[in-house]
Ligand binder design. Sequence first.
Ligand code: DHB
Ligand code: FE
Length: 284
Amino acid sequence: MARITASVYTSHVPAIGAAMDLGKTAEPYWQPVFAGYEFGRQWLKDNKPDAIFLVFNDHATAFSLEMIPTFAIGTAAEYAVADEGWGPRPVPKVIGHPELASHIAQSVIQDDFDLTIVNKMDVDHGLTVPLSLMCGEQDPVKGAWPCPVIPFAVNVVQYPVPSGRRCFNLGRAIRKAVESFDQDLNVQIWGTGGMSHQLQGARAGLINKAWDNRFLDRLISEPEALAQVPHIEYVREAGSEGIELVMWLIARGAMSDAPPTVKHRFYHVPASNTAVGHLILENN
Ligand code: DHB
Ligand code: FE
């Protein structure tokens, strides 16, 4: 049987991808950000999964305002890297896992979550920056990400967005789906986006370190209670784009009910307009 062994949480700031692509990671501004991922890169090498279920948000790249699925599961064999306006990032294409993704779609939809099935999708910084942070630089042609990835897109861009509670319960349904797949696979689930940031309007530049750190504490120790926080509190306390954090609750909901082991915790400001948060939790 397949099982979820660990969850990884990380911000997806696009400027981090640009810093890697342009060879700026050693600059004083970026060095402390990348230092926070050294542990995770080694950990991922030592704990290479057979597949990553990667919860992310598209930024009006694959989905425009013409079509806005709340939850979309990628069942394709591969995904191209999107052109977000400056050409596609020079990173490898993403190889999918159609068999496991189709099984999860079947199980989760029969468990009453209405997923959109996506057989073709380009993936933007929401997916590629977390992979780059955790895997390091990869040659776009000769290189490859360490394993197949199932992209799972959540709408946190256009209102209305899903509640934290629904995200957490969806995570539980994903856990059940993975555990009923009859191949012996080691699966990681990643929750991405966040932490506090607001890119627009009068409060542009908002960062809330105290709220972010409390979110990390509660994500570790009382995720079910954290899942009750209404979306408006994310917007008020963590900024309009801080709502991306509800995606972390999907990954946390997919973990075992027993307390996880905290392998790594990192928080840093600034990185572009966003507070960077990163956690690695292992199942017991
Ligand atoms: C930034 C952060 C994001 O999450 C995003 O999608 C775009 C930009 C930023 O901090 O600049
Ligand atoms: Fe974003």
